[in-house]
Design a protein around this ligand. Sequence first.
Ligand code: APR
Length: 414
Amino acid sequence: MTGSSPDGRPLPSPGGSGRQSGPQVTDVIVIGAGVAGLVTAVVLARQGIDTLVLERASRADVESRSRAGLLGPGAVEVLERHGLAEGLRAAGAPHRNCEFRHRRQAFVVEYAQYVDGRHHMVYPQQKLVADLVLAYLAAGGTIEFSVRDVTLDGLTSDRPTVAFVTANGEGRTAKSRFIAGCDGHHGVSRASIPWEALRCTQQYESPWAWLAVLAGVAPSTDKIIYGVSPQGFAGHMLRDHQTSRFYLQVEAGTDAAQWPADRIWEELQARLAVDEDWELAEGPLLEPPSVVAMDSAFYEPMRFGRLLLAGDASRRVPPAAAKGAGLAIADGETLGLAVAAALHDLDERPLDAYSDVCQRRAWLSQEASTKLLHMVHVEFSDPFAQRLQDVRLDRLRTSPAAAADFAEHYVSPV
Ligand code: APR
């Protein structure tokens, strides 16, 4: 096995530091070791399919990058099916209800009770990534971390090729039967598809963005809080016992540098304030705040020749409703099984259906995110929209049918 040792350090290439004589040959090359790429890779490697994962970041980086923290029941089921949920079960926390705050009044939606107990798990994504790396290496897979200059070629041929430069500066080429493009929204995979072969359906210009803040402080709540106030939306999300994620609605195009810690805490205190005995604990910011755009984009089909896209490489969904990671995990399973059917049984029908299966899931998730955004984002200059928002939140508080509808969107399809 070439690539990384179990602790992630690059192993020497066969033949020492000299040039590689010919291209490495493998069944599948997976580009990107996020959740989409790693689930794809584990599913393939477990079926005895020779798989090479190429990741631009170092192992330490992918295992420490703070991303999402909430996994829906569909995503958890995928992980369970493949024996990948051990860490999640040991260290994750079940999440069954969430709180809305509106005009300083709080109400809780016990969403799990409307959907047969289906619920989320709180588990930081970087921990899941670490679990998946271990599972993949244990299945005999190969990962090259810290690669650069990845380029794809021959995508419509039987043997597509990927060229890359390894962590120690060696130029390599690998040939495979399929390439899984799992390298996120700004990766090289989607960019390698001729533009006329991809259809992009997107929402133009959201006026809102979220300022994302990660603080080294225990959460001041045991459930996610969606706060709607005259100053705008504020979210209090959960990560672990020492860390909390917060979001603040800001104008699209906001410069995060305009938000020093004092301003962030002042605004969170104001937007999450409630007429009851509750305090928001403050703590140090663990990373510079960033601005997350709320725009959405879907690229179809997710297949071009022998290249299959998965996860964020094929779409961008807003973080509201926490669907992105779940969709990436579900894509990974669908893709891994479809490629396995093509290689083992020479059955390409699952691959032909792959894009439609994933897109259906993704659009349903987009609908959940869109509805939640309309529920919580404040339209400052539109009193008409504000009155409708009052009605939506009031219905959610008082109508079991509205709560059941919210619950269904919140937990499905991932
Ligand atoms: N070459 C190799 N690797 C690359 C390249 C490249 N050119 N470009 C990006 N990558 C790597 C990134 O470093 C990252 O580790 O691809 C990986 C993509 O992982 P993610 O961005 O986590 O994407 P994905 O697996 O699709 O999961 C996306 O996770 O946090 C949630 O909601 C979020 O929707 C998002 C989901």
